[in-house]
Ligand binder design. Structure first.
Ligand SMILES: [Zn+2]
Ligand SMILES: [Zn+2]
Length: 254
């Protein structure tokens, strides 16, 4: 039996309505509850940034900064040229992402996109940023999106697009298969789970694409999405996420 869910209002109407409501009823901080901001300055500052000691390829935290970590060496040809995350998947960012994904708080996306913009403005993106042609969210399956009412990665990419003027492209890639939640799967199982989960919507010859997602765990989801884009002719694909797990045990499902 299918359930009819009304479509969400267009983003511009939603933003306008949100701003009017903010004037009448100042929002409470999603973390500490203090009135005035959706994420108050104190809680925004408490987000733990990813340290400098990372693998320059996959962006994962290492003991020292390395050009290519053992995981990247083992994976041989990663389809992703470079991946970075804005912060560690610990409080308060972890809580904010949970609210965005599971507690019907799409209104947090524009504030969270600020972290993506700040990361993209960092030194690791100096050479690549001018080449980026398109921002593409790692898409949810259409059914999952209907259930949730929105796609959090799309909202984040949209927020980043309005801050950077890099075009948002929703016509590049789609999720063709509903995958099982990756909780409890090891890296190889996650890869198998993601095989053929995405397909390019058309060809994109020579395009330089920055994929946007909320959390980067084993990278299987983003890699599968990047594979689909490269098959469709993309010149390169990079990735940018809000958070990176601080340990391998920290898994997250979409
Ligand atoms: Zn707060
Ligand atoms: Zn690596």
């Amino acid at each position: 039996m299918s359930v009819l869910v009304p479509p969400p209002p267009p983003p511009i109407l939603r933003r306008w309505a949100d701003s009017c409501l903010d004037l009448l009823f100042p929002p409470a901080c999603a973390v500490c509850g203090r009135y005035g901001h959706r994420i108050c300055p104190a809680c925004a500052q408490a987000v733990v940034p990813v340290p400098h000691t990372i693998c320059e390829r996959c962006g994962r935290v290492q003991e020292t900064r390395v050009a290519c970590c053992s995981a990247c060496l083992g994976a041989k040809n990663s389809p992703l040229l470079q991946v970075r995350a804005a912060g560690l998947h610990v409080a308060p960012l972890r809580h904010l992402i949970h609210l965005l994904k599971y507690e019907d708080r799409p209104d947090l996306a524009p504030d969270l996109a600020r972290y993506l913009a700040a990361t993209l403005a960092g030194p690791d993106w100096q050479l690549l940023w001018p080449q980026i042609d398109a921002l593409a969210p790692v898409p949810l399956h259409a059914e999952r999106r209907r259930e949730r009412g929105y796609d959090q990665a799309e909202l984040l990419a949209n927020g980043l697009s309005s801050r950077t003027r890099i075009p948002l492209r929703l016509d590049l890639v789609e999720r063709t298969r509903r995958t099982r939640a990756p909780v409890g799967l090891n890296a190889a199982q996650r890869q198998a789970n993601m095989r053929n989960a995405f397909a390019a919507k058309g060809s994109c010859p020579g395009l330089h694409v920055l994929l946007i997602d909320d959390v980067y765990t084993t990278g299987a989801t983003m890699a599968a999405c990047a594979d689909a884009l490269l098959d469709a002719g993309a010149a390169w694909v990079c990735g940018l996420t809000l958070a990176l797990p601080s340990s391998a045990a920290d898994h997250n499902s979409r």
